[in-house]
Design a binder for this molecule. Structure first.
Ligand SMILES: Cc1cc2nc3c(=O)[nH]c(=O)nc-3n(C[C@H](O)[C@H](O)[C@H](O)COP(=O)(O)OP(=O)(O)OC[C@H]3O[C@@H](n4cnc5c(N)ncnc54)[C@H](O)[C@@H]3O)c2cc1C
Ligand code: SF4
Length: 571
């Protein structure tokens, strides 16, 4: 019996444990296993294998039972996730349903999740921009958060590293506030997007409309073919899972790569309840898991633990990892764990029409989504009554229209006679929000989830800075649209709850001072050096770029550091 036990502990012991198999966890798995380390990836959801588990990927519109629209009862049962634009009949199976994974909204918060191998990397819109020093230096310059312990030079080589493997399309635009990367060819702007881009370049200093940079294989390199991925066919059905591996997801790229190494064990249906801290050793020794199906508790052990459960779940796991040494959550000597949560403000839009370029159509599709307007407010100097700034999407499109007038043969003729609409243009705001102590997550004292783990209580809201920024976006974009000759301009703001941007960040922030932050410059807990957090939880501030590329680069850099520490015998 004793021997069996020892064997069992041996079987459950690894060099590294990675919690979460999504965008960032996939990178941790790949990097550890590339270096030959025996790695356990714990994933709370089901396993979703590339190709095999994309049930809708090749369906025609008429093959969906409800023509792509979810039935009323499903929408009503899921008011939160139903607000996400990608929650349709073709991809609903990749989203967490509201009732299955409850949480407490002290203030309204739309928490959008994907619990499966690959996490939300199956569902993302693939927009990928680097940060610059204007972002890393922001908190210190504007005095709204602790200083980042790193700068662009620390992360630049790691951006290059992950971009080459993931495959990012884009142009080298030479904009200092949006550094160029290792790009595959960009998806070009269409006629009206190009017109607006040229107009903005001529009319404004330091404003740009560029081709969106995105994680699509516009022209694959050998490293992508080696992953079994192929060229993007521009179907724009990506949220279903791509049969070509045309966009980057953990499912098509990092996870199968790690599994192929022979050093990776992926355990789905494994809800990490907490991290085990050994007071005598002064370090973490493993994790406690609840099997999602049997509800059995199991422990796994490793020298180093990477927490990649996505920002708010990583907070939850640390908050729930209490011990005599850390009664308020693992590594929480500063008392900042769960605090300074921030997100992106997407609550302003603008639409208009353009009465020109009628000779041009929009044949084909653009999986990058059109154009991107990098942040232009408060970059080189403080010029507004709010802190920081916003980026914006921009796209122009025509659609096919037909008339349903008439009856009988007239109606049939009208329905098959397709005509193109005039040009429409649209933009949405992507604003930075300021991390505040009062925007926090905590464990609910009484409510538990179906696995006996305390539910997460979320208390996050907008502030006056966000309102001023929204107003400025509407004013600036209205002016830019007007000067370009766009007509019928309609700007709108909404009162959406935070969360729908799906860029929640913070709670386990990085910083130089252990008294005011949780993580050091290598993403290690200041107070528990063999636990690394490299997802959105680690973000000291949010900037306004889409964040996932930065999580990937952070993760690859942190694994490199962890392996160095292991070699030195420090962990
Ligand atoms: C519709 C949509 C569009 C988006 N568009 C963009 C975009 O254009 N650009 C961009 O940068 N970002 C975008 N995002 C956000 C992007 O998907 C996330 O930033 C990214 O996936 C976060 O990576 P992650 O590794 O932190 O989390 P995830 O990819 O969500 O992975 C976390 C994994 O951890 C698992 N997990 C959670 N808790 C536990 C636990 N206790 N035990 C074990 N496993 C656990 C989850 O099941 C999941 O698989 C979008 C998201 C959505 C849904
Ligand atoms: S647009 Fe490209 S990545 Fe998306 S589903 Fe189509 S082929 Fe795949």
């Amino acid at each position: 019996m004793a021997n069996l036990n020892i064997d069992s502990v041996k079987d459950r012991t690894f060099d590294a444990i990675v919690i979460g198999s999504g965008m960032s966890g996939g990178w941790a798995a790949k990097e550890f296993t590339d270096k030959g380390l025996k790695t356990l990836v714990l994933e709370r959801g089901r396993d979703v294998k590339h190709l095999k588990d994309y049930p809708t990927t090749n369906l025609y519109p008429w093959e969906f039972p409800h023509h792509g629209v979810l039935p009323d009862d499903v929408q009503k049962a899921n008011p939160i996730v139903n607000r996400c634009y990608a929650f349709g009949e073709d991809a609903a199976h990749f989203f967490v349903k509201d009732a299955e994974h409850p949480y407490v909204q002290e203030k309204p918060f739309d928490w959008i999740r994907g619990y499966q191998t690959g996490g939300k990397s199956l569902l993302w819109a693939r927009q990928t921009q680097r940060w610059s020093d204007f972002d890393f230096e922001g908190p210190a310059r504007d005095g709204f958060a602790v200083d980042w312990p790193i700068r662009y030079a620390d992360i630049a080589p790691w951006y290059s590293y992950v971009e080459k493997f993931a495959g990012i399309s884009g142009n080298r635009d030479g904009i200092p506030e949006l550094p160029d990367g290792e790009f595959l060819p960009a998806f070009p702007l269409n006629a009206v997007e190009t017109f607006f881009s040229n107009h903005v370049k001529k009319t404004y200093k330091n404003r740009h409309v560029i081709s969106a940079r995105c994680a699509h294989l516009s022209k694959p390199n050998q490293i992508h073919l080696d992953q079994g991925r192929g060229q993007c066919q521009e179907r724009t059905l990506c949220q279903r899972g791509c049969p070509f591996g045309g966009y980057f997801s953990a499912n098509s790229s990092t996870i199968p790569w790690a599994l192929k190494s022979g050093h990776c064990t992926l355990r789905p249906h494994s809800v990490v309840e907490s991290i085990i801290y050994d007071e005598k050793k002064g370090k973490a020794t493993g994790v406690r898991v609840i099997d999602a199906n049997t509800k059995e508790a199991i422990e796994y052990y490793a020298n180093v633990i990477f927490v990649n459960a996505a920002a708010l779940n990583s907070n939850l796991i640390l908050l729930n990892s209490t011990s005599g040494r850390f009664p308020n959550g693992l590594g929480n000597d500063s008392g900042t764990l769960g605090k300074y949560v921030a997100f992106h403000n997407y609550s302003a839009h603008i639409n208009a029409e353009y009465d020109g370029a009628k000779e041009w159509t929009t044949d084909g599709r653009n999986p990058a989504g059109g154009g991107y307007i990098p942040r232009f407010r408060n970059v080189y100097k403080q010029e507004t009554n709010f802190l920081r700034g916003y980026a914006a999407g921009f796209s122009a499109y025509r659609w096919q229209q037909n008339s349903s007038d008439g009856i009988g043969q007239d109606l049939k003729n009208n329905l098959v006679k397709k005509d193109l609409s005039g040009w429409h243009v649209g933009s949405h705001m992507m604003g930075e929000t300021i991390p505040k102590e009062t925007n926090y997550v905590a464990l609910d004292k009484s409510l538990k989830d179906p696995w006996g783990i305390p539910q997460l209580k979320i208390s996050v809201d907008y502030d006056d800075n966000d309102e001023k920024m929204k107003k400025d976006y509407v004013e600036q974009m209205t002016e830019m649209f007007t000067s370009a000759g766009f007509t019928n301009i309609k700007a709108s703001t909404d009162h959406r709850a935070p969360g729908l941007d799906i860029h929640e960040m913070g709670g386990v922030r990085m910083g130089n001072d252990p008294k005011t932050s949780m993580l050091d410059k290598w993403h290690r807990l200041h107070a528990c050096k063999n636990v690394y957090v490299t997802d959105g939880a680690s973000m000291t501030s949010t900037s306004c770029q889409n964040p996932s590329l930065t999580y990937m680069a952070f993760t690859a850099r942190a694994v490199d550091h962890a392996i160095g520490e292991m070699k030195k015998g420090n962990v």
